[in-house]
Write a new protein. Structure first.
Length: 107
């Protein structure tokens, strides 16, 4: 199944869940976890309508972020993994959001 087909199914489930729960559909965002995915898959996801991507492997992530910046595609990048103190600067410089903090000293 293609990313586009999967996304259509996910969007339908979200739409139904929002209708059932009374949540405003326009407030829901999909964060695609792209760790271990190549740039071709991320580009396919972008073409399917996704622009928020979650990563947790620093070196791999930075390569992807720079690759897409060179293409003129500035996605919203989210760091979703445990944080090592020696990686905090790289995370702060390259990611738009951080969703986990392993240690208060890393804040």
């Amino acid at each position: 199944m293609t990313i586009l087909n999967n996304l259509k199914l996910v969007n339908e489930r979200i739409k139904k869940s929002c209708a059932t729960s009374g949540i405003d559909l326009s407030k829901v965002k999909i964060l695609a976890v792209s760790k271990k995915m190549g740039t071709n898959k991320i580009l396919e996801a972008y073409k399917a309508g996704l622009s928020l991507f979650g990563e947790n492997y620093i070196s791999e992530s930075i390569e992807k972020i720079n690759y897409f910046k060179k293409m003129g595609l500035n996605f919203e990048w989210h760091y979703i993994g445990p944080i090592q103190s020696n990686k905090t600067k790289s995370i702060a410089e390259n990611f738009d959001w951080v969703h986990s903090v392993s240690n208060p000293r890393n804040c």
